[in-house]
Design a binder for this molecule. Structure first.
Ligand code: C2E
Ligand code: MG
Ligand code: MG
Ligand code: MG
Length: 280
């Protein structure tokens, strides 16, 4: 058995390579390869206003098809992209692709709707984020009000002051910001009041677990009321059934995203869906 000397002089046990480091090293290679080999694509999921039937937005969702492993779920590879910092170039690719697509749809006369792009905590903390967003808007020619950036509470937790500064700068660019997965964290309330959010996306779990349980409905109702009283646009995520639609409607939440309306669609399918708006 090989015994390696660590920097501090102590002998390490077993294998000479830290398995976690080795795994990340591998992930970094595979993911940077994926970017070069164009294995990434975007799907788009419509956000529907149920009273007008109009589509009020499209969320861009990253997809990765590895040549041998097939589709890999974002919940698996996004954390790896974060840990290896590859989320920076990948995130830029996502933003640029989404902006180009939105421009292209508007140019062929489809109803103009904003595109939402997810930002990871690492991206929000990156010193060049605002510059990068401005550059992509310039390069693609997309007007800033067609872009919405989605951030989660995790991105705010790290450094609230920095988040506040960056969000203000993004807002000054003319981009709007939504809070994704709202309700899951514990301190969302304070953040909401202090930061320039435009949209509140209510986490799937609050919508999904709705049955006849009146406690769940009360919680959902409170979240919706909170968003509305702060003058935020409120979107319910993960809406799957007609029963959920009806309950949300009765709670005055009219904007919804979920399988009930559409799964995330490849660009061509998404364009067909857009062409149908209003969908009632
Ligand atoms: P998210 O931003 O909250 O996106 C919503 C997720 O819910 C998507 O999963 C979507 O496919 C799924 N979904 C939508 N409607 C329904 C429904 O009715 N029922 C159920 N069960 N699920 C529904 P997806 O595409 O697997 O993405 C998962 C997460 O990965 C996203 O959650 C987001 O946090 C992250 N992600 C995806 N694309 C990107 C990206 O380009 N950049 C970053 N940083 N994160 C991304
Ligand atoms: Mg999102
Ligand atoms: Mg979400
Ligand atoms: Mg999320």
């Amino acid at each position: 058995q090989n015994k390696e000397r660590k920097i501090d002089g102590s002998a390490s046990q077993g294998s000479t390579v830290d398995p976690k480091a080795a795994q990340l090293f591998k992930a970094k290679n595979v993911l940077s390869q994926a970017l070069v080999q164009e294995e990434f694509s975007l799907c788009y999921q419509p956000q529907v206003n149920i009273s007008s039937g109009e589509i009020h937005g499209m969320e861009a969702l990253l997809r990765w098809k590895h040549p041998r492993f097939g589709q890999v779920s974002p919940s698996k590879f996004i954390p790896l992209a974060e840990e290896t910092d590859l989320i920076i170039p990948i995130g830029k690719w996502v933003l640029k692709t989404a902006c180009i697509q939105n421009q292209a749809w508007q140019k062929i006369g489809l109803p103009a709707v904003p595109v939402s792009v997810n930002l990871s905590p690492r991206q929000l903390q990156h010193p060049d984020l605002v510059k990068m967003v401005g550059q992509v808007l310039d390069e693609t020619g997309l007007a800033p009000h067609w872009l919405e950036l989605e951030i989660t509470e995790a991105a705010l937790m790290q450094d609230l002051e920095l988040a506040r500064k960056v969000m203000r700068e993004l807002q000054q660019l003319g981009v709007s910001i939504s809070m994704d997965d709202f309700g899951i964290g514990c301190s969302s309330l304070g953040y909401l009041k202090q930061l320039p959010f435009h949209t509140l996306k209510i986490a799937q779990s609050f919508v999904r677990e709705l049955k006849d349980d009146s406690q769940d409905a009360a919680l959902l109702s409170a979240l919706i009321t909170l968003g509305r009283s702060l003058n935020l646009r409120v979107v319910a995520e993960g809406v799957e059934t007609e029963q959920q639609v009806e309950l949300l409607r009765s709670l005055h939440c009219e904007e919804m995203q979920g399988y009930r309306f559409s799964k995330p669609l490849q660009a061509e399918e998404a364009a067909k869906f857009l062409a149908l708006s209003p969908i009632v």
